[in-house]
Design a protein around this ligand. Structure first.
Ligand code: BDP
Length: 726
């Protein structure tokens, strides 16, 4: 029997459960032969059960093994004659004393998975210095089983490279999720604190399985009410659920809360009354949540209040909160996503202009949170110039998992390659090899306060993320936050194996689809360095014609600058000079039309339509070709998917192979790919119709003209598109 058939038979028993809720922790039976090997190797387990985290580790292992192997081996709190696995810390298990220094070298969250000889037999050790490391180790072990790895010669030593590994929820108190495409907020504020929905525990399990250790509960466009006593009680209940899973709770703080909640006349950071208010507020929080992580702040950006309202700097604002948090060990994650309405400068330069000069002015418990690119989570941006420009300040990476600009939840776009591209970018800050990853993990500048944040794509949809494939973006973020040097492809392979099946005939096409998907989206939306061309407000669909409105840098025409002669944003010395915010080597490369990488061409240059590209085509022909390529790439994804859902007949006369993908998930994924195909075509057609209306150039031979006139695309309206900011 082929392994595909076996996989099918095995999951048929679980078919009812394949609605995506279990994420990558499905724990479905492994192949019988492998199960027998694993059962022999994991026959008898010693694991302490004295603390909530120890109990969580045991419960997860029991649950995982019961599902994967059909039966959970006996588990004991004390050593037995026959034990084959030992879980614990040197403090919780005397069996681990000999490994004491090896374990200690892995740090407070690290773990090892290792075969050792004990009493003449081979024993598998899952150990950490603290309980949380053991829990992480259990998840690692389960991943090995789920992906069919051998346990024969295990010798895994893991410690996180990044300290704060945080999901930022943009959830409002009324349940609306800003830029959320997965239903309503997970947090049911109305029934908290009394009712702790079991889903909160599953959320914590999923995060712990990746090593995510922080959650910001509320939107950066924060309501001051999140800091009111009633809401702090509710937050404390969530913190209690998260605690055993190593997750600390953070809140977005509205800078003007002393006025709105405290009745003060000012929120000036240098005002002693304001300072007192924040100290008291922070004390009040820690009285309820002793391990509270700290605040995330969006200030003086997009209309949010901040220190500049009082003529003070971002450092003054951040330090105000940092001083209140310091006695408790809390941190401030102060966002660098700022651009002011009264500053006419290129938006891509503003964060740098406002922050670079503040290097060294922040308290040690402040970390500045910088989006991956200088505009706004676009399908492709160069890395943010602040990376490498503030050596004395810890900088935290902010990625967006929710696909505000990449097709919402219905487009299959795996963000691993985007994250990897940014993390591997060389800033040249300290010579060649000064990658963004080395700034994020602190190794380049010797920072110990380090972090990576992902704007969550999670809601109360049964799939959590609004689609099956968007789970991979949560997954990849967590894995890269743990170690930003990992490969997006390897992570995709793990995810596909756990989420669908470890059978290579399933993993390979899925990984191929995932790895090509981000470039496909770049092609059909914003090829060659174009950016910010989406519809206004809700950002659903193409809007390259968007102009007017309250501010130019909320339009598309501001960014593409297309006219009869050419297209692109001149960010050289002759233009906004944004290139000057990068290291000299990079500034020289980006600034030179002959050296700039083509994927960033129109980000940095305004280029004539007849400019010759590497392909030999003119820029216009290349642009059209790219738009069409994006559509073809989605068609290719559909084809690859169909090889799984409608496998071909293998032998003449034999019945078609059953699909290795369960019908429930298969149906949604197939339908979503159809939506993506249609919308990719829409992006291509609308964009070509618009740019052609400007340059009047013919389409390259063989390219189909858009089926509708430009006026049609411009007339489309979607007043109820999901996720809008408000
Ligand atoms: C933009 C979103 C907006 C967010 C903002 C931010 O459109 O809803 O509030 O980012 O990051 O991309 O603050």
């Amino acid at each position: 029997m082929s392994s595909v058939v076996i996989a099918l038979l095995l999951f048929m028993g679980n078919a009812h459960a394949e609605d995506g809720y279990a994420l990558w922790m499905r724990y479905v039976p492994v192949e019988p032969a492998l199960a027998a090997t694993y059962r022999a190797q994991l026959s008898d387990i010693v694991a302490p059960d004295a603390t909530p985290t120890q109990r969580a580790a045991r419960a997860e292992l029991e649950r995982g093994l019961a599902g994967l192997l059909g039966t959970a081996p006996p588990m004991h709190a004390e050593a037995t004659q026959q034990y084959a696995v030992v879980l614990g810390t040197p403090a919780s298990s005397p069996l681990l004393a000999p490994l004491h220094s090896e374990i200690a070298s892995l740090g407070p969250e690290g773990y090892l998975l290792k075969r050792v000889q004990r009493d003449g037999r081979s024993v598998l050790v899952v150990a950490g210095q603290r309980d949380i490391g053991v829990l992480y180790g259990v998840f690692h072990l389960l991943r090995l089983l789920q992906t069919g790895a051998s346990l024969d010669a295990l010798d895994v030593h893991e410690s996180p490279r990044v300290h704060l590994r945080v999901l930022d929820h943009w959830d409002n108190l009324d349940g609306h999720v800003e830029r959320g495409y997965a239903g309503r907020s997970l947090w049911d504020w109305q029934s908290l604190p009394e009712w702790k929905d079991p889903r909160y525990t599953d959320y914590a399990r999923a995060n712990a399985s990746l090593g995510i250790n922080g959650t910001v509960l509320n939107n950066v466009n924060a309501s001051a009410w999140s800091l009111a006593p009633a809401y702090l009680d509710k937050a404390a209940a969530l913190a209690e659920v998260f605690r055993p899973y190593g997750i600390r709770l953070y809140l977005s703080a509205r800078f003007s809360a002393p006025i709105e909640l405290g009745g003060l006349k000012t929120a000036d950071p240098l005002d002693p009354g304001v300072q007192r208010w924040w100290r008291d507020k922070v004390n009040e929080i820690y009285a309820r949540i002793p391990d509270f992580g700290g605040f995330l702040v969006k200030a003086n950006s997009e209309g949010q209040p901040g220190p500049q309202d009082y003529g003070r700097s971002h450092a003054d604002g951040a330090n105000l909160l940092a001083d209140a948090l310091a006695p408790h060990g809390g941190v401030v994650m102060w966002r660098a996503f700022v651009y002011a309405h009264d500053v006419p400068a290129d938006r891509a330069t503003q964060a740098f202009t406002e922050f670079a000069g503040l290097d060294g002015a922040f308290r040690p418990n402040v970390i500045v949170q910088v989006k991956n690119g200088p505009i706004d989570f676009q399908p492709r941006e160069p890395f943010h110039g602040l990376f490498g420009a503030m050596p004395r300040t810890p900088l935290m990476m902010e990625f967006q998992l929710t696909k505000e600009y990449l097709g919402f939840n219905t487009h299959l776009v795996y963000l691993g390659p985007l994250f990897e591209e940014v993390l591997r970018s060389d800033t040249h800050a300290r010579g060649k090899g000064s990658t963004v990853a080395k700034l994020v993990d602190g190794s380049l500048e010797g920072h110990t306060l380090t972090g990576m944040a992902g704007v969550a794509n999670i809601g109360n949809d049964r799939t959590w993320t609004g689609s099956h494939f968007d789970q991979a973006n949560w997954y990849a973020f967590g894995r890269l936050a743990w170690n930003p040097h990992q490969s997006a492809r390897d992570i995709a392979a793990d995810w596909a194996a756990m989420t669908f099946s470890p059978d290579p005939t399933v993993v390979q096409p899925i990984v191929a689809m995932m790895m090509a998907s981000r470039e496909a989206a770049v092609n059909y939306m914003t090829p060659l360095g174009l950016h910010h061309l989406m519809a206004r407000g809700h950002h659903y669909g193409p809007g390259p014609w968007v102009d007017g409105g309250p501010r130019p840098d909320w339009t598309s025409v501001y960014y593409h600058r297309a006219d009869r002669n050419g297209i692109g944003f001149d960010r050289n010395a002759s233009g906004s000079n944004a290139v000057a915010q990068y290291a000299p080597e990079l500034a020289a490369q980006y600034g030179d039309l002959t050296k700039v990488p083509e994927p960033l061409l129109l980000w940095f240059h305004h280029v004539p339509w007849n400019h010759r590209m590497a392909s030999g085509r003119t820029l216009w022909d290349e642009l059209v070709t790219r738009y069409s390529l994006g559509v073809k790439q989605v068609q290719e994804m559909q084809r690859q998917w169909s090889t799984l859902t409608d496998p071909p007949e293998v032998e003449r006369g034999s019945a078609p192979l059953p699909s290795p993908i369960d019908p429930q998930r298969s149906a949604q994924i197939t339908a979503f790919l159809r939506i993506q195909r249609r919308e990719a075509q829409w992006w291509r057609d609308a964009s070509i119709a618009y740019f052609q209306s400007i340059n009047d150039l013919p389409l390259p031979a063989g390219e189909a003209p858009p089926p509708h006139p430009l006026a049609y695309y411009k007339s489309l309206q979607f007043p109820s598109a999901p996720g809008d900011g408000r």
